[in-house]
Design a protein around this ligand. Structure first.
Ligand code: UDP
Length: 438
């Protein structure tokens, strides 16, 4: 009896010991995270906030303009917290004082987004988002700065809430720094933007999709293209391509370079809309509404691989045909056109590369029996997995092009290493009114 008592006492002691050890480990890992956060906040405060504080104080002495503006925001556990921003319209400078509030424990360095303290900011069922401290660096800032198509602020906040861990939190800081370069704060957006004489639509992804769906419902016939910096550069050397772009029904801005260009010419862009990001939205609606797709382009076998992948990802999708893109593009009576017209798809995706696909679509558009005819470049190669797409973190910071350069340095050198600076130089000249292109 005595021995059994001792055994159970030992077991009890072991359990208590494990519990204590576990709690100690948890507390120490939490405090290590806190210590790193405080250390980083002090560094940011000294490097960014203090010099600006001096600058704004001097400005205040000369102009009488207040150094700070105060705003009430939602703090942790739904508390009302008043924080100070520097009194300027420039978004990055404006936020630079917030590191002080990490040191007063009102904000975190990394957290959910900072929301104004108004009852309308809260929604039923989002209480979990208010359990966390708002962070200066947050996923919403990152995604909305790089203007990648997303499912809305609430969905991004939930994604952060359920996926957060120490490493992804830390990487948010590093990703936010380049993303801040693209950040635009605008109250109004132009409906279309004209760059080098090419007009493109300024829409968010759901608006773009709704536009295409409305055309399909109305039985319209539209040609749709995407333009990235490399495409814009080609308009300078290829007059035919330039003329074809001007005859498009819809053009969407593709890539971080166009976002930067829009920032330079002070025409804020709502979202970066590219074919790869648009595809899942199109496919989901195609399934819901029973719309059909035809895939034309890529090397033999690629369109078929893409079809199989789409059928797995979007059960019920109707891919009514697929063909490779190596046929005589000038020939009007081609088997490809007969095949497409026989199947009469709602959406025809043409992946022959730029400017081949735009010229082909333009040349044969009247003959093609499809509602939406869309040039999608290398989409089939990405989607079929033949060419890897950049990881999400590289897309978040607008460095997808660097990944493509790394994969195909020979082919991409001219496009990116020479093309990107050339594009920015042309944008600056366009802003100064140095080009007259119509
Ligand atoms: N492609 C095609 N037919 C052709 C030339 C190219 O179907 O005559 C396909 C090619 O296989 C690739 C896509 O078009 O899947 C994009 O080609 P490329 O990489 O040259 O285009 P870019 O990325 O430069 O727009």
């Amino acid at each position: 009896m005595e021995a059994r008592l001792t055994d159970s006492a030992k077991r009890h002691l072991m359990i208590q010991l494990k519990k204590t050890l576990f709690t100690a480990l948890r507390i120490s890992s939490l405090s290590i995270t806190k210590i790193i956060e405080i250390a980083l906040a002090i560094a940011f405060f000294l490097i960014c906030s203090v010099p600006l504080l001096l600058g704004f104080t001097v400005r205040s002495l000369f102009t009488g303009k207040a150094v700070f503006v105060r705003r009430a925001v939602w703090g942790q556990f739904g508390r009302r917290v008043v924080i100070r921003y520097f009194n300027t319209e420039r978004p990055i400078l404006r936020h630079a004082f917030l590191f002080f509030h990490v040191l007063t424990f009102d904000l975190a360095l990394i957290g959910v987004s900072i929301k104004p303290y108004t009852p309308s900011t809260r929604m039923a069922g989002d209480a979990c988002l208010f359990d966390h401290k708002p962070g200066i660096f947050n996923l919403w800032f990152l995604r909305s700065s790089s203007r990648i198509a997303h499912a809305g602020k609430h969905a991004i906040e939930l994604e952060y809430n359920f996926r957060r861990d120490f490493l992804s939190d830390l990487s948010l800081i590093f990703k936010s720094i380049p993303a801040a370069m693209f950040h635009v704060r605008a109250n109004a957006y132009p409906e279309t933007i004209n760059l080098f004489g090419v007009s493109f639509l300024n829409l968010e992804m759901p608006e773009a999709i709704n536009k295409l769906m409305a055309d399909i419902n109305a039985g319209n016939h539209k040609k749709v293209y995407f333009v990235n910096p490399a495409c814009f550069n080609q308009t300078f050397s290829n007059r035919k391509y330039f003329a074809v772009l001007k005859k498009a029904n819809y053009i969407f801005p593709d890539g971080i370079g166009v976002l930067l260009a829009c920032k330079i010419i002070r025409q804020p862009l709502k979202e970066n809309i590219n074919g790869t990001d648009m595809l899942p939205y199109l496919c989901r609606l195609a399934v819901q509404r029973g719309l059909s797709l035809f895939l034309l382009g890529g090397k033999p076998g690629i369109a078929n691989m893409m079809k199989q992948k789409l059928e797995i990802s979007f059960p019920g999708i109707q891919i009514v045909g697929e063909r490779h893109g190596y046929f005589d593009h000038n020939y009007t009576e081609s088997d490809a056109i007969n095949h497409i017209n026989h199947m009469a798809p709602n959406i025809l995706l043409v992946a022959l590369g730029v400017p081949r696909q735009e010229l082909w679509i333009h040349r044969h558009f009247k003959q093609l029996n499809a509602n939406i005819v869309m040039g999608v470049g290398g989409l089939f190669d990405f989607y079929s997995g033949t060419i890897r797409r950049a990881p999400q973190w590289m897309r978040d910071i607008g460095f997808e092009w660097l990944f493509r350069l790394w994969l195909e340095p020979g082919r991409m050198f001219k496009r990116y290493v020479i093309g990107n600076p050339l594009f920015i130089m042309r944008v600056l000249r366009w802003k100064q009114g140095k080009y007259t292109r119509r």
